[in-house]
Structure formats: structure tokens, C-alpha cells
Design a binder for this molecule. Structure first.
Ligand SMILES: [Zn+2]
Length: 114
């Protein structure tokens, strides 16, 4: 699984196209809120239930992607305008984010059919 394309399409969203032809549009806010780095994700096992209180309240640029760089053929390193750059999004994590978001915006009942 490999993102053939990953680009900002406007001030709020990125477009991801995968090598299997699937295309997703994901809000940067959604991506950033799922940053896998230790300081964002907190306890990795419990992160869905427990989120550490944010150390710094919303900084300008937090949800604005500055750049993305492929790391070692397995992940994308995202740099945000607020300077945050420790989030390494493994491709399978990124794909899951895409699919989760996609599933969340499609009304239940229409998803899951093939
Ligand atoms: Zn992070």
C-alpha cells in the first residue's frame, strides 16, 4: 500500500490517492488529531480513551500542513505550520485514517455494500 499522490487541495483538506486507485479527501484537522507521535497520541494502548490534556492550546497553524515527505518507503512524515514534525504516519495508519474518515461521512446503510 503506497500513496501515489498526497497533496493539499485547499486550506482545509488533503487529497490522497493510493496505488490501488482509491482516492480520499481528508481534512487536515482530522489528520492532525490522529498524529501518531508520542506527545500527541499519549499512551498508545489507551489513546482512544485517554488523551492527555493539550500542553499548548490551539496554536495558529496547528491544522495547516506545511509539507509531507516520504520516509523509508513505509511512512509519510508530516510537518505542520506550527512547527510540529514528529508525526510519522505509516502508510497503513494513513490509509486507516482515510478509510475511517470516509466511513464517518458516508451515511450508514450506504457503506459496506459492494
Ligand atoms: Zn504529534
Amino acid at each position: 500500500m503506497y500513496p501515489a499522490q498526497f497533496k493539499k487541495i485547499n486550506e482545509e483538506e488533503v487529497f490522497v490517492k493510493w496505488d490501488d486507485g482509491k482516492e480520499f479527501t481528508v481534512p487536515m484537522r482530522y489528520l492532525r488529531d490522529r498524529c501518531p507521535c508520542a506527545s500527541c497520541a499519549g499512551e498508545s494502548v489507551l489513546w482512544r480513551e485517554y488523551k492527555p490534556p493539550p500542553l499548548h492550546v490551539l496554536m495558529p497553524g496547528k491544522y495547516n500542513l506545511k509539507s509531507a515527505e516520504v520516509v523509508g518507503d513505509y511512512a509519510l512524515a508530516l510537518t505542520w505550520v506550527d512547527g510540529h514534525n514528529t508525526g510519522i504516519y505509516a502508510f497503513d495508519h494513513l490509509r486507516r485514517i482515510c478509510e475511517e474518515y470516509n466511513a464517518s461521512v458516508i451515511p450508514s446503510g450506504t457503506s459496506g455494500k459492494s
